[in-house]
Design a protein around this ligand. Structure first.
Ligand SMILES: [Zn+2]
Length: 116
């Protein structure tokens, strides 16, 4: 018996199980090739979501910076508007998380195994 990753939800399951206890998908009729294909599809999906997230974060950052610039007398005046600073702050945190997620996904052990 081995512990494998469910190709549908990514949960850890026993290789002897006929269906996944997490997402209830049938695993019995899946060939090893199907499992690999599903796993690599899921991985690409996550990578795509991570890149979307980093774009969203950049948009937040930019919007916050513009808000700060145009609030009150134009320029980086202090104290900055709270809304603008919050957007810049969340944008920066989100961007770093998205980049970290991308980096983590691209680590060798998190990449799906592919033949050929
Ligand atoms: Zn599952």
């Amino acid at each position: 018996m081995a512990i494998v990753t469910c190709p549908y939800c990514g949960g850890r399951i026993s290789s002897l199980m006929k269906s996944c206890p997490h997402c209830k998908e049938e695993l019995d009729d899946l060939s090893p090739e199907d499992r690999e294909r599903l796993q690599s599809e899921r991985w690409k999906e996550k990578l795509f979501r991570a890149s979307q997230l980093s774009f969203l974060a950049l948009a937040l950052l930019l919007f916050g910076a513009i808000w700060w610039w145009f609030d009150g007398p134009t320029g980086w005046d202090l104290p900055p508007p709270l809304g603008g600073v919050l957007l810049v702050f969340f944008g920066a945190v989100l961007y770093v998380s998205a980049r970290a997620w991308t980096f983590w996904l691209k680590l060798g052990r998190n990449r799906p195994t592919t033949r050929r």
